[in-house]
Design a protein around this ligand. Structure first.
Ligand code: BT5
Length: 263
């Protein structure tokens, strides 16, 4: 079933997140479209939604599998008055908000893997890609891209991630309304965003840690060509990943790809 744009827009009316809905059936990437709209002055809270992406983006030039008719691909335009270095915290905030929305329809625990993966039973159900635009050294806009696997079934996944990915339908054994989920996402995002703007990152950090999939685990973190291993030691006040080596020395990692090691 296609999205009913008019009904969706009316369900989102009056909200900060979702105040405008920009829907296109097919786009290359909702983040790309959102960035263009943001440059053209689109207001905070604008949501770009697509039924299908032909070039859905992950981080580091990776791609996000985005078939038609089954999932959510959306990007939210934000215009927070925060220092550019704090923009990465919005990825973690989005993780907390989306995890909450998923938990409302799925009884399984939704875990977060730093920085941006939402996992159910260790499999990725959602990926988040945050991109910011700075003008004259300040943040002009932050684009939060969310890809949530809703009604995709196992056979639909690319063989490369069939064993590592999942969807809400796979986890709950039933189909879900993408429209209800989009509204739920906007509803959960808004209070977390407001908490973040008023009280800073600390409350988000606390909730993020409660959902951390990495607690008590050994991690391997890859950043550019450097590999580091260690025990998960939380995230710091700014949202950077902390890992402890054998001697207990703690390192701070601000960007990279973390893998949870088995055993
Ligand atoms: C992410 O990147 O997880 C961020 C994905 C963000 C996608 C959304 S969709 C709406 C918005 N518009 C965009 O263009 N992007 C955003 P990363 O951590 O780099 O993970 C990418 C990896 O996840 C890939 O290399 C695959 O291994 C795996 N993958 C790709 N498609 C997947 C899917 N549908 N479900 C689960 N895993 C997937």
């Amino acid at each position: 079933m296609q999205f009913d744009e008019k009904t969706l827009q009316s369900r989102l009316t009056g909200r900060r997140i979702g105040c405008r809905l920009h829907y296109e059936e097919t786009v290359d990437s909702t983040n790309r479209v959102a960035m263009e709209l943001a440059q053209g002055g689109a207001p905070e809270g604008t949501v770009v939604l697509a039924d299908r992406q032909t070039a859905g983006k992950g981080r580091l030039q990776r791609s996000w599998q985005s078939p038609a008719g089954c999932n959510l691909y959306l990007s939210v335009i934000l215009r927070p008055a925060i220092p550019p270095n704090d923009a990465a915290q919005i990825t973690l905030l989005a993780g907390v908000a989306v995890a909450e929305a998923i938990s409302a329809v799925c009884p399984e625990r939704v875990g977060i893997k730093w920085p941006n993966d939402l996992l159910i039973g260790g499999r990725k159900v959602c990926g988040i890609l945050t991109e910011s635009r700075t003008v004259a050294g300040g943040i002009d806009s932050v684009i939060v891209g969310i890809g949530l696997n809703v009604n995709m079934v196992k056979a639909d996944f690319d063989p490369a991630h069939r064993e590592t990915a999942t969807s809400l339908r796979e986890e709950t054994g039933r189909e879900h309304s993408r429209e209800d989920l989009l509204v739920l996402l906007c509803e959960r995002f808004e209070p977390w965003y407001e908490i973040f703007l008023h009280d800073g990152f600390a409350p988000v950090r606390e909730e993020w840690l409660a959902r951390a999939e990495m607690a008590g685990k050994r991690l391997r973190v890859l950043f550019r060509d450097e590999v580091r291993e260690g025990l998960f030691a939380g995230i710091d006040r700014d949202g950077a990943l902390l890992i402890a080596d054998e001697q207990g020395a703690v390192r701070r990692i601000t960007a990279g790809d973390a893998t949870i090691m088995k055993g």
